[in-house]
Design a protein around this ligand. Structure first.
Ligand code: 5AD
Ligand code: SF4
Length: 455
């Protein structure tokens, strides 16, 4: 596109909250808008179409959306005063769950679009331009990912959606309501997308799904297949170097999947396996349908299959009815597993979920104290995990320039960020580096050759 064409074309800006799934939806919407001739704007002030791709998982996330909407309303007014039109859209999980409320609280929003209806964006924009307001929060039955263009591969790593939605209905969670019932894409469609990404230069793929290991799409013979067979089919693609997946549920970590972690070298030794709590009483109340001991048994089996596997998890503290003893059980589970990384949250009641109306809500101060205690332990474990790699030679997939001049950066198999003083020619390679120092969130490394040179 010429510079003049870029200047003249209409521009969009997408602000994204929430999980990787949502970030990926933003990439898909961006690809769709680009296919309609829109150019990307750096900031809402320069855009003709502003999309807020929202998250509803915790109250905090929802409130941020409304405060951003307040800011954008002023911008929209200023633009209107200058005779320019700005279309304001709310997409994502808040749009899905609170579509009506958005229309009431923020009537200046032109377009409300649930996560299952992204493919309707062009038609909805046209409707708005013709003077209407548009709302689409149906769970459309057509396969959204087969209808949206793939985002252009612009690097070595990419996400690929294989499954969406959730049928587990954990009692704290809005996902089954915002993302709908569990749906798996067919193996052939996933493999075709993977091939397209690999042709574009991608070398590491992360399979995405709210419940990714519950995948049960049609396999090569047309019958529902298991997630392990999808992993095997993808690992057989020669251009693929690394495969990951997120996020998984312990109940769907079956023996075939555990065995795949042992037998597929391209499947990276890092697994995000949310446990939420270490107390059987709370796990039961949450409707997780497994005990702490069952979680620990699966972790043990995984470690037997792939001894260097690193684990990451999600935790909720202050779930309704959680006692000091229940919380102590969570701390004990964390000490037993030793996580490489984890996310932890205070329980946040979500409208329409069973736990929100449970009578024994935990005091805010108690939630704060528990979260602090848990995060201190998890932080210690993360630092210990990173420190343990110091002195080791590890393969790093170098994906881009580092933060400082002369630096390149990449990731270890265990998803740790690595920064290294080295030539740009490393970008696009998987090269063994020696880890020299560890911080809380990244590692420093040198090339073995540099080591020899300076010895
Ligand atoms: N309150 C707090 N945390 C929550 N999560 C999901 N729902 C809630 C809630 N209502 C956390 C869980 C989940 C992660 C994505 O967000 O830990 O695994
Ligand atoms: Fe947030 Fe869940 Fe929606 Fe992701 S799926 S954006 S975590 S509410």
């Amino acid at each position: 596109m010429t510079e003049a064409a870029t200047r003249n074309s209409r521009r969009f800006c997408i602000l994204t909250w929430g999980c990787q799934m949502n970030a990926h939806d933003s990439d898909r919407m961006a690809a769709l808008l680009a296919s309609l001739g829109f150019a990307r704007a750096e900031a809402p002030a320069e855009a003709d179409v502003v999309i807020l791709n929202t998250c509803h998982i915790r109250e905090h996330a929802t409130e941020k959306v409304f405060s951003e909407l307040g800011r954008l309303r002023r911008l929209k007014r200023e633009r209107a005063a200058a005779g320019q039109r700005m279309i304001l859209a709310v997409a994502g999980c808040v749009a899905q769950a609170e579509g009506e409320m958005i229309r009431e609280r923020a009537p200046y929003v032109d377009l409300v679009l649930g996560p299952q209806a992204l493919q309707r964006l062009p038609a909805m924009l046209a409707a708005v331009e013709n003077g209407g307001a548009a709302v689409e929060t149906e769970f459309l039955t057509e396969e959204k990912f087969d209808l949206l263009p793939l985002p252009e591969a612009n690097g070595l790593t990419a996400f690929l959606t294989v499954q969406e939605g959730c049928d587990k209905f954990c009692h704290f969670c809005v996902v089954p309501y915002t993302r709908g019932a569990e749906r798996s894409r067919d193996l052939a469609a996933v493999v075709a997308d993977a091939r397209a990404l690999l042709r574009g230069g991608v070398r590491e793929i992360t399979l995405l799904g709210q419940n990714v290991n519950a995948w049960h799409g049609a396999g090569e013979d047309g019958r529902p297949a298991r997630f392990a067979s999808l992993l095997a089919a993808l690992c057989a693609l020669p251009e693929l170097w690394r495969l990951r997946y997120t996020t998984s549920h312990p109940r769907d970590l079956d023996d075939a999947l555990i065995a795949a972690h042992g037998s597929l070298p391209k499947l990276m030794p890092y697994l995000h396996l949310p446990v939420q709590s270490g107390s059987d009483r709370i796990l039961g109340a949450m409707g997780r349908k497994h005990t702490a001991a069952e979680y620990l048994r699966r972790v043990q089996k995984l470690r037997r299959a792939r001894p260097d596997i690193a684990l990451s998890s999600d935790f909720i503290v202050g779930y309704p009815g959680e006692t000091a003893q229940d919380f102590a059980a969570t701390m004990a589970l964390v000490r037993e597993v030793e996580f490489a990384q984890a996310y932890s949250f205070k329980y946040s009641p979500r409208p329409g979920t069973p736990a929100a109306s449970a009578p024994e809500q935990v005091e805010a101060a108690e939630k704060d104290a528990r979260l602090q205690e848990l995060q201190a332990l998890l932080g210690e474990q993360q630092r210990a995990f990173n420190r343990a790699t110091v002195g080791c030679a590890v393969p790093v997939l170098f994906t881009g320039p580092g933060r400082h001049a002369g630096q390149v950066s990449g990731r270890t198999p265990w998803l740790q960020a690595v920064h290294l003083q080295g030539p740009e020619s490393l970008i696009g390679t998987e090269t063994v580096a020696r880890i020299t120092a560890a911080g809380a969130n990244s590692l420093a490394a040198t090339l073995p050759a540099q080591e020899r040179a300076s010895a």
